[in-house]
Design a protein around this ligand. Structure first.
Ligand SMILES: *Cc1c(COP(=O)(O)O)cnc(C)c1O
Length: 398
């Protein structure tokens, strides 16, 4: 067993490193969590096997259900989100679709925002209506409309803040309170903020979820998702996932455990660098608009300041000349991948056309208010001076 940390309320870096690992029975005194690739777990007697199967004793039966490596990852996220329980999934989208599968039935109504992640939006517009589940998508910044729709009828309020790629902010605390009064389940996608910058459960959400493929892992080398909440809700979700089969693979869980050791450290750096870059961009003559919740010019900067402890590494900005200009500028960046992911140690850039809104048509992007000439910028942990110099030289091609 690893020594238990002594501080009564460990800080975020301590939890990133030690969270979920204290109670783990280490293999052969290894200090690191091993990757358990076993599909099942053998027993010497039927009675013990039966007790574990009935969850009367701790242990594992079959890795579609639980796996020791995967459990450590879940417990680490649980510690950081200050939740009672957590369960994991094969991807962020698996987390989202399993939440819908576990908690919605025909005749229910989901209230959400127009700016949710492209894949989530696709579930809203195409797949849930097919199951006779009504979905009401409100203008993300119109809190009165969201409140009104929740009060009319709502089984689940589904929020995301900040949003992808416009970095809009919704008031989680205020809207969760209305939804709670109406008996609706409040679900928040916290992928962009991470538990380091925002804790939706403390703001009144019932379930918080992540695409672990982004910041939690942080190295763009593993796909997974995770959801946290009360014992009761997570048990229901786990029981659905266990049968549904969208299980996180042990090797990916290991990559997340390893990546998360530096989560607080990475986020701290990304918060700082993104703020510097957002300020710099907002003064650049070729830049039209910068969307970053840390800027005072951001329409919901006040709400962001209230519900976040840092503004994150994600921003988006548009440059003069639209899509044609970004086709010239982005390939010139030397310190950025042009790719669809985000939240990793390297800087990553791309337009919504090939990233967040690849599932949408040009008309749908226009209707969602997403300019074709927007650049989504995921700040990496490179030296900020180098990132600024790289942007400067690339922007000269606009
Ligand atoms: C990437 C992403 C998802 C989907 O996660 P995957 O792991 O790619 O399935 C969901 N929500 C947000 C905000 C994301 O950025």
């Amino acid at each position: 067993m690893i020594k238990k940390p002594t501080a009564t309320t460990p800080g975020q870096s301590t939890l990133s490193i030690w969270g979920g690992e204290q109670d783990y029975q280490l293999y052969e005194r290894s200090t690191q969590v091993p990757v358990v690739h076993s599909v099942s777990y053998g027993y010497d007697d039927i009675d013990t096997w039966h007790k574990v199967a009935l969850e009367e004793e701790p242990g594992h039966i079959y890795s579609r259900n639980t796996n020791p490596t995967v459990s450590v990852f879940e417990n680490k996220v649980k510690a950081l989100e200050q939740a009672e329980a957590a369960t994991s999934f094969a991807s962020g989208m698996a987390a989202i679709s399993n939440i819908f599968g576990a908690f919605l039935k025909p005749g229910d109504r989901v209230v959400s925002i127009k700016d949710s992640y492209g894949g989530t939006n696709r579930l809203f517009t195409e797949f849930l209506p097919r199951l006779n589940i009504e979905v009401v998508l409100c203008d993300t910044l119109n809190h009165e409309e969201i409140e009104k729709r929740v009060r009319e009828k709502c089984t689940m309020l589904y929020l995301e803040s900040p949003t992808n790629p416009s970095l809009k902010i919704t008031n989680i605390k205020k809207l969760a309170q209305v939804a709670n009064e109406c008996g609706a389940l409040v679900v928040v996608d916290n992928t962009f903020a991470t538990p380091i910058n925002q804790k939706p459960l403390n703001l009144g959400a019932d379930i918080v979820l992540h695409s672990a493929s982004k910041y939690l892992g942080g190295h763009a080398d593993a796909l997974g998702g995770v959801a946290c909440g009360s014992e009761k809700l997570i048990k229901k979700l786990y029981q659905y996932r266990e049968i549904n089969g969208a299980t996180l693979a042990p090797m990916d869980a290991y990559s997340f455990i390893r990546g998360m050791k530096t989560l607080a450290l990475r986020i701290e750096r990304q918060n700082q660098s993104a703020m510097t870059i957002a300020h710099w961009l907002s003064q650049h003559p070729k830049v039209e608009q910068v969307n970053y919740p840390g800027l005072e010019s951001h329409p919901n900067h006040d709400i962001a300041k209230e519900q976040m402890t840092g503004f994150g590494g994600m921003m988006s900005f548009s440059i003069i000349g639209g899509l044609d200009a970004i086709k010239k500028v982005l390939p010139k960046l030397k310190l950025a991948h042009m790719a669809a992911n985000l939240g990793c140690v390297e800087t990553v850039v791309g337009p919504p056309l090939t990233t967040s809104h690849v599932e949408c048509t040009q008309e749908e992007r226009a209707a969602a208010g997403i300019p074709e000439g927007l650049i989504r910028y995921s700040t990496g942990i490179e030296d900020v001076e180098d990132l600024l110099a790289d942007l400067e030289q690339a922007l000269s091609y606009a």
